[in-house]
Design a protein around this ligand. Structure first.
Ligand SMILES: [Fe+2]
Length: 318
């Protein structure tokens, strides 16, 4: 069976499994404790390539974000490196493997490993994706979509409730990059995510690049999306670059976090900040890792839009 056929079948089975579960009770506003304060300024992905430059120069970056899955070991050099960063900067944990929208029960071992990391590093923010990445004995490196149905909404809310209960704190849920419209999706994505936040007490991680990539790939209105999400529900913003894949007359944007942020995404970000005010904003960079000045320059650009004066304003103006 091809990968595509497998994914379609697994997504259908996810939907079927959700049908068999009990309906969620009526929405209630929950209050869930958060973590230590993360400043309303720019942070960046922490990459080992930049470790020496960061620790030698203590750059004026608001905070760093890492994928917790890279640190789910007891000790060793990775923890020594991350501990050195944490001693100097606030930290955010951005998970990629919880499979919150998957049809199967959440992985208890994974949740407990995440709780251990949270207890160790006391991150200001903990986030995950509206996606699934495991089915049966198969585990995928990709964050895969589900049809946004009422059944999926109830199911995701249950998983977010369980996650926050085990972690003992609030999490944030990120809007995905979309590459196709799934049959059975009958709730608009921003409406779906806001309903999850209202029911569970989680907040939203608003990825502006994902909105732009999705708008180009599946044709929805990026500005309308940016204008539609309640300011109080947004706990963090992501910015990132993407790749452009041209096949004849077809063009697909790939959310690879491997380039500078493009001008249309900066414009959407300015529009969002103008409406909701300053929010912690991460410049994500996961492939084609650049030199430190390039990544730092992107953070300075975000800080400028956030109204943060930096001694490197000239860099941001470049
Ligand atoms: Fe993101």
């Amino acid at each position: 069976m091809s990968d595509a056929a497998f994914f379609v079948r697994a997504a259908r089975e996810s939907g079927m499994a959700m049908h068999t579960q009990q309906q969620q009770k009526q929405p209630t506003q929950k209050s869930v404790p958060g973590g230590p304060h993360i400043p309303d300024r720019a942070g960046v992905s922490f990459k080992a390539d930049h470790r020496e430059e960061i620790l030698d120069t203590n750059p004026e970056v608001g905070w760093f974000e890492v994928h917790p899955e890279n640190y789910m070991v007891a000790g060793g050099p990775r923890h020594a490196m991350l501990s050195a960063i944490r001693e100097r900067y606030p930290l955010s944990l951005h998970g990629v493997a919880l499979s919150l929208a998957g049809a199967e029960p959440l992985d208890g071992d994974h949740l407990r490993a995440l709780r251990t990391l949270i207890d160790r590093y006391e991150p200001g923010l903990v986030s995950e994706h509206l996606a699934w990445s495991a089915h049966g004995r198969h585990y995928f490196a990709d964050l895969l979509p589900v049809p946004l149905s009422q059944e999926a909404l109830d199911h995701v809310c249950r998983n977010v409730d369980q996650t926050q209960e085990v972690l003992g704190r609030q999490i944030l849920i990120e809007n995905p990059s979309n590459y196709l419209m799934l049959e059975g999706s009958d709730i608009p994505e921003p409406e779906f995510l806001q309903e999850v936040a209202k029911r569970t007490g989680c907040r939203l991680l608003f990825d502006v690049n994902n909105v732009y990539v999705s708008s180009r790939n599946v044709g929805y209105d990026a500005e309308a999306y940016v204008d539609s999400v309640g300011a109080d529900l947004i706990g963090e913003i992501h910015l990132a670059g993407h790749a452009v894949d041209r096949q004849g007359r077809e063009t697909l944007l790939i959310d690879d976090h491997g380039a500078v942020v493009c001008d249309p995404v900066w414009n959407l970000y300015e529009r969002l900040i103008g409406r909701v005010g300053p929010k912690p904003t991460l410049v994500e960079w996961d492939t084609n890792i650049p030199d430190w000045p390039t990544l730092y320059g992107e953070a300075c650009k975000a800080d400028r839009i956030l109204g943060i004066p930096t001694p490197h304003a000239a860099l941001a103006d470049a």
